[in-house]
Design a protein around this ligand. Structure first.
Ligand code: AHR
Length: 660
């Protein structure tokens, strides 16, 4: 009896020990820090800029005057006459199309011994003008007068019509030639929605064009430059690349409205304005005052890329207009100018100053090359029409620049007939880089964290060129940048990083949205006329980008990748330049997850690691009132004998950095 009891107890102890051992292994995550298996490209996490949601005009392009050259479809859109003209035609829009096709219109004003503050113009700005107390504002305009002079009283007014900044500028006779006049003043108050008045005193006829007002605190203090707060948010992300100028904006509604880079460089008064395709795209978000003035053009985009240390990635039209709209195509035998634009762009960016386009770049102020290494041909184009056009581009570009990389489109969706067809064709063509887009529900992102685990390791590289989890559905106005969407993206991004040998670039889309002028939501960064904030999705992007590492290393649980089992997702990298191990974990469940992490293959680690955690309830969003409702919090975590105790909060994204 005694023996039996003993046997039973020994058996029980053994079973318990076994159960404990299994539980222990289940709980252990192993990181092999000495076995990097893939290089993480410096380009891995980047940004995708498009002039949508008032991204450029009314956004990063800091011009405050809307319709400065009277070229909008309705010539006086954004402008009103102050006071009452004496006679018909005292304020006359003149169209000199034959003489100046790029900038045909200007405003002719005739005064009749006007006293000050009796007649003038007012501009409403882009949903008002954001004005900052004590900041200098710089006015300029092109003017023309035959003789005599008039006096302009330039002023900013707040919503109560109180003057919050002013100066006077004289317009002298210009002998009938166009001449630039300037004037600066300091604002006495901060105002979210100011307007801009130009009162005119004197007599006779004066022509006005390119009426402009810029804040002096632009990015890097460049006159006529970009809004510094918005660019700073980009710079803070240390993006590996910047894709520009879009998006559907590249394709145009029709081919005449496509983006043509050559028309966006040089003197701003000669950059021909076109309607922004997002102006009329959505009946539920019509934006009739949305145009592309190209004050921000390709030279400025290259300069921006250089400023923020990002590789430039221009996308060019492939001879097809947006297939959701007109779907116009250029006949194959007339594609040459499009291909030539691509070749010339490479020369513009990289060519010696002795080349035709290299000289243009040098004359614009940048003799050094911009070091362009890749270019996208087509945005979200699809079908055999795309493939045959792409082939012509590839042939011509590779013939002249064999090492140049071309990004090709896999269409609008990450699966389905269009995708399968293009994916097959592009792989047959040995495409360099395939651009995949995924606007999907958060669940899709969670379920697809292993998407790239089985991709051909020797095939084309993947660019996750546009993605964003949609809390409702694509193009719904109810989509929110809530924590649920950001967390799902983080889970998916661990899968991208784990497959860094295949995925070499990725960018969230769209990038910016103006709170009073957007067409598409969700967006990474929201702005009003004065301030901007990063969404939870922004913080996820930034945490990945600034904690990128140089090489992926394996992180396993029970010998398997960690891609959704028990709602846990993980990726690991080492940074050979800083000597760090970087671990990333997503807990997509409502409960804590506890694990032991064992780091293998290294001698020792520092005793304390840095832990950065983003967490909140799934429905939480950031806002102008609470810009950091969902924001990273840093703390220290102990590392003992190369092991750490992982405590992942519910619905959290955690980055841990261990000094090796
Ligand atoms: O990011 C918004 C739009 O979504 C892009 O312009 C287009 O490429 C995609 O359909």
């Amino acid at each position: 009896m005694m023996k039996l009891k003993q046997l039973f107890l020994t058996g029980l102890a053994a079973t318990l020990l076994n159960v404990f051992a299994v539980a222990q292994t289940n709980n252990v995550i192993t990181v092999k820090a000495d076995k990097p298996y893939a290089e993480i490209q410096p380009t891995m996490w980047g940004v995708f800029f498009e002039d949508i949601n008032l991204g450029a005009d009314g956004g990063i392009y800091a011009e405050l005057v809307k319709n400065r050259s009277f070229e909008f479809t309705k010539a006086m859109m954004g402008w009103k006459i102050l006071g009452k003209p004496k006679t018909e035609g005292d304020f006359l829009v003149i169209n000199r199309h034959e003489e100046n096709t790029n900038n045909p219109r200007f405003l002719r004003t005739t005064l009749h011994n006007a006293a000050q503050r009796t007649i003038g113009l007012t501009n409403e700005g882009f949903r008002g003008m954001g004005i900052k107390k004590d900041l200098r504002y710089d006015f300029s305009a092109l003017v023309r007068r035959k003789s005599g002079s008039i006096k302009l009283l330039i002023e900013l007014a707040n919503s109560k019509d109180e003057v919050i900044g002013k100066t006077t500028v004289n317009v002298e006779a210009t002998n009938g030639e166009w001449k630039k006049i300037t004037g600066s003043f300091t604002a006495s108050a901060t105002e979210l929605k100011a307007k801009f008045n130009i009162w005119m005193e004197g007599d006779g006829e004066t022509d006005f064009d390119m009426i402009s007002l810029f804040p002096s605190d632009t990015w890097k203090g460049r006159p006529g430059g970009m809004r510094a707060d918005m660019i700073q948010l980009l710079a803070d992300m240390k993006p590996g690349f910047i894709r520009f100028p879009g998006g559907c904006i590249v394709e145009g509604f029709e081919l005449t409205g496509r983006y043509q880079w050559k028309k966006t460089i040089g003197a701003i008064e000669e950059r021909q304005l076109i309607i922004n395709r997002w102006n009329t795209e959505f009946a539920h978000r019509l934006t009739p005052d949305y145009f592309q003035t190209f004050g921000l053009g390709f030279y400025e985009y290259f300069q921006l890329a250089e400023d923020i240390g990002a590789a430039p990635l221009p996308i060019l039209n492939c001879g097809m207009a947006c297939q959701f709209n007109s779907a116009e195509v250029v006949p194959m035998n007339q594609l040459d100018p499009y291909v030539q634009d691509a070749l010339d762009l490479i020369e513009f960016a990289n060519g010696a100053v002795t080349t035709q386009w290299g000289k243009v770049r040098a004359d614009l102020g940048h003799p050094q090359p911009f070091n362009l290494k890749m270019m996208g041909v087509g945005n979200e184009n699809w079908g055999p029409q795309y493939v045959e056009r792409l082939q012509l581009f590839v042939k011509a570009i590779k013939a002249k620049y064999p090492d140049f990389k071309i990004v090709s489109s896999s269409g609008t969706d990450p699966n389905g007939e269009r995708f399968d067809y293009l994916n097959g064709e592009l792989r047959k063509m040995n495409a360099d880089i395939i651009d995949e887009h995924y606007y999907r529900r958060p669940e899709w992102f969670l379920q697809n964290a292993s998407r790239y685990d089985n991709y051909d390791r020797k095939g084309p590289k993947i660019f996750g060129g546009e993605y964003a989890a949609q809390s409702d559905k694509t193009v719904s106005v109810d989509n929110k940048n809530n924590w649920q969407t950001a967390l799902a993206e983080a889970a998916f991004m661990t899968g991208m990083e784990r497959n860094a040998d295949v995925v070499t670039m990725a960018s969230y889309a769209p990038l910016f949205a103006h709170v009073d002028g957007w067409q598409w939501t969700p967006d990474l960064i929201w702005v009003n006329n004065l301030t901007s904030y990063g969404t939870p999705n922004y913080h996820v992007q930034k945490m990945f980008a600034i904690n990128k590492g140089t090489h992926a290393v394996s992180i396993l649980s029970n010998g398997s990748t960690i891609a959704g089992k028990d709602s846990l997702y993980a990726a690991a990298a080492i940074d050979k330049t800083t000597g760090e191990l970087i671990l990333k974990f997503v807990n997509a469940s409502a409960t804590d997850i506890t694990r032991n992490v064992a780091v293998e293959g290294i001698k020792k680690t520092a005793a304390l690691a840095k832990q950065i955690v983003l967490t909140n309830q799934l429905n939480k969003v950031n806002s102008f009132d609470k810009p950091f409702e969902v924001a990273p919090v840093e703390s220290d975590i102990a590392v003992k004998n190369k092991k750490l105790n992982l405590q992942l909060k519910p619905y959290s994204f955690t980055v841990i950095k261990v000094k090796l």
